[in-house]
Write a protein that binds this ligand. Sequence first.
Ligand SMILES: [Ca+2]
Ligand SMILES: [Ca+2]
Ligand SMILES: [Ca+2]
Length: 438
Amino acid sequence: MTPDAPGPARPRLILSATAVVAAVSLVPLGGAHARSGAAALDETFDRWIVSVDPNARLAAATLDDVGDIDGVDVVMEIDDGIEVIETEALTIDEVEQLVDEPELCIEPDYPAQLTSVVPDDTLFSLQWGLSNPDAEFDIGAPDAWAYLTDAPDVVVAVIDSGVDATHEDLAGNMWINPGEVEDGEDTNGNGFVDDIFGWDFVTDTPAGNDPNGHGTHVAGTIGAETDNGVGVAGVAWDVQLMDVRAFDENGAGSISWIMSAVRYAIDNDADVINASFSGRGTESYAELLDEADAAGIAVIAAASNDGADNDLDPLSPYPANHPTVVSVAAIDAQGELAEFSNYGATSVDLAAPGVGITSTMADSYYFMSGTSMAAPHVAGTVALMSQADPSLSPADIAEILRSTAEPASQLAGTSITGGYLQADAALAHIVEAPAVAA
Ligand SMILES: [Ca+2]
Ligand SMILES: [Ca+2]
Ligand SMILES: [Ca+2]
């Protein structure tokens, strides 16, 4: 896999052709001058950039004559004296003979590879956390997507207030429990009746509803359907979102519901858990999180919204302060730690965008702020990382996230890294480095 690998439905981006031509300097000595660049002599092209030699600009009229040559179509003008023609497939030598104009330089219109990928989702321009043209504190999503857009094999358990499984931008990315069908029975024998999308431990019914909205927002950041022409982009364009509900319509939950949800995620083969909540740790809760870690599940948690120092109490907030869990603080679009965000020089791992985050909610799209919005940026990135290298352990993933986080002076001392999530750097690390020490 390379950053240049073509992906699905990507808009074509072509390097500035003007810049390519500007690199050319030659004095015409007869015939049209072709530059082969990297092309082999027998390589053929059907699209060419034709330019008037800078020393012969007064003779630009000759460019107009090119269109009259049999077998040449002028398809666009890039600039004065530079245009693009199409021909049948020709070698450099052959096109020189065809376009017999001494003042002209002809070069193949080489294909260019994407170094960033911009999806067509209508609200993408509002998603500063993914791509922020005004500042540098986004997660570098378009560059990350040049490596990988989809994590179709990765199951992310969203332990939250539920997920609206019918939302137009989520329905296609919901986890579908293998072997389960809606027939009033526990068809696949996992202990839960008709748990198609997951389980709702608040009401002890099949999941797929979110009366609060928080979990639906979180799910959209991780993996809204992307490049589908509507709504928002997810960090992972394609992923499996498991809905494990542990919070009621008022956003209140309990350790017992959360532990049941973690147990469900482990037993049903989740790869990642997003924990955009906090509470207090207990011994049994800690053991369960260790079991998730041993099962290879990366747990990504919100650092919490009290504006407090997480270093003070190892058992609070939980699960953020559990040793195997990645704890995520929130930054705004200027890279400042959000006023509400917890911090911790030894307990928080890194920051991610968490102020004014646009995502899915209630058949529509809303802004929300919180470390709850920061964690899913990381969880979505982890989904892409896990897809790129399924052998990575949760410890590997945490180490890569920390080592590739971008330090920012205003974040110094607020976390172990003093930095914020860089999804592109995390993926580059995986693609370029064959192995990470466990
Ligand atoms: Ca079942
Ligand atoms: Ca069933
Ligand atoms: Ca979308």
